[in-house]
Design a protein around this ligand. Structure first.
Ligand code: RFL
Ligand code: PHB
Length: 390
């Protein structure tokens, strides 16, 4: 088989890239290790920046998001048992975010790809990437016990943090920057009405908590937990009880609990790869960088990588220009480091760090008080949360 762009990974990065290329008439094949159902079963991001919603519109997959997504013009910061609203709309001159689950974004992209009759090979095993430092790269994979070869002009590594593309780059050609946080997030999804119509980010002395949502009847909650905890060891009752203890009296009172649909623990990490281009192979999304989820930036950074990468490929094929390709890594990394900085800062402010002790809380509480009292400080938070301009 031959294609122009071989995309490894059918998460949101790979699917969005495939859709944008298809719209421009560039041919791509996607190889995905898992089944489509498995990809849809992973519960992840919930908050989309306008840059991302614009891109989904450009890809022609925004209709259901506009119909079912929830536009949010603010969120609450909770500390010392009191909530303070960050008015995104006022602080940023009219911007907002969209609460629409990554699962739904993925579902919409999968449906569009299927409707267009484009090739996605699910359950492609032992994918390996070859000769990307030369002019004729290719990909090998197994499907149903048979080996296949996919020849291409370019390889797009959209295969997430544990993918094969970054791992195939020779050690001397890549620099990795990493920070692993000493805790994880235990997430719970439930068909219960959200405790509040907007998100609540809570700094409690018991640890961070986040009240998010997927719709008016589906909630998503997170608790900071030690890395040694196992999701199976957390009963639903234990989760709800701990969440209540981290909320303010009003939220504690009105929180509606119910059986969990999903419960899982995600470790928190800051990670960046430089560069993001290796000859004819390009990394995009979680394959190249990870942020702790506190700032809701992961999927949004992935979407902007894909915007730059699709533009670069389209310029290459339609205008015979390699300028976009040559600048891809640098353009992405400028934006990524700003997202990394914000996510690290917001994580540091909102979580309890083992060993920090009483002075740790006191300093956080002073910064939080300043943040909600100073319009300048609130504006910095709001501006980063809604997303920096491209
Ligand atoms: P993905 O989603 O990991 O997809 C990669 C795909 O590649 C496949 N793959 C392979 N395929 C073939 N061969 C191989 N060798 C392969 N190895 C891997 C995988 O099966 C998979 O299907 O990466 P992508 O597409 O770059 O998307 C990135 C996002 O998933 C991620 O950044 C976000 O989920 C992060 N994130 C959030 N981002 C936001 O913008 N807003 C949020 O509110 C937000 N909340 C979150 C989050 C991530 C979380 N977790 C679980 C880490 C909340 C959480 C809890
Ligand atoms: C989510 O709804 O999953 C979510 C929302 C905001 C975040 C992280 C995750 O910062």
């Amino acid at each position: 088989m031959r294609t122009q762009v071989a995309i490894i990974g059918a998460g949101p990065s790979g699917l969005l890239l495939g859709q944008l290329l298809y719209k421009a008439g560039v041919d791509a094949v996607i190889l995905e290790r898992q089944s489509g159902d498995y990809v849809l079963s992973r519960i992840r991001a919930g908050v989309l920046e306008q840059v991302t919603t614009d891109l989904l519109d450009e890809a022609g997959v925004g209709a259901r998001m506009h119909a079912e997504g929830l536009a949010h013009t603010g969120f609450d910061m909770l500390f010392q048992e009191t909530r303070h609203r960050i008015d995104l709309h006022t602080l940023t001159g009219g911007k907002q975010v969209m609460v629409y689950g990554q699962t739904e974004v993925t579902r919409d992209l999968m449906a569009a790809r299927q409707a267009a009759g484009l090739t996605t090979v699910y359950e492609a095993r032992n994918v390996s990437v070859h000769d990307f430092d030369g002019a004729q790269p290719y990909v090998l994979y197994e499907k149903d016990g048979q080996q296949h070869r996919l020849d291409c002009d370019f390889i797009a590594g959209c295969d997430g943090f544990h993918g094969v593309c970054r791992a195939s780059v020779p050690a001397g050609a890549i620099t990795e920057f990493e920070k692993v946080y000493p805790f994880g997030w235990l997430g719970l999804l439930a068909d219960t009405p959200p405790v509040h119509h907007e998100l609540i980010y809570a700094n409690s002395r018991r640890g961070f908590a986040l009240c998010s949502q997927r719709s008016a009847t589906r909630s998503r909650y997170y608790l900071q937990v030690p890395l040694t905890d196992k999701a199976e060891a957390w009963s639903d009752d234990a989760f709800w009880q701990e969440l209540r203890l981290r909320l303010d009296p009003e939220a504690r009172e009105i929180l509606v609990t119910g059986p969990s649909l999903e419960k899982s623990i995600a470790p928190l990490r800051s990670f960046v790869t430089e560069p993001m281009r290796f000859g004819r192979m390009f990394l995009a999304g979680d394959a190249a960088h990870i942020v702790p989820p506190t700032g809701a930036k992961g999927l949004n950074l992935a979407a902007t990588d894909v915007k730059y990468l699709s533009t670069a490929f389209i310029e290459f094929y339609l205008e015979r220009s390699s300028a976009g390709i040559d600048h891809y890594s640098q353009r992405c990394l400028q934006r990524i480091w700003k997202g990394e900085r914000f996510s690290w800062w917001f994580t540091s402010l909102m979580h309890q760090f083992p060993g920090e002790g009483a002075i740790g809380y006191k300093l956080q509480e002073a910064e939080l008080a300043y943040l909600v009292q100073s319009q300048a400080a609130s504006t910095v938070l709001a501006e980063n949360y809604v997303g920096l301009p491209l």
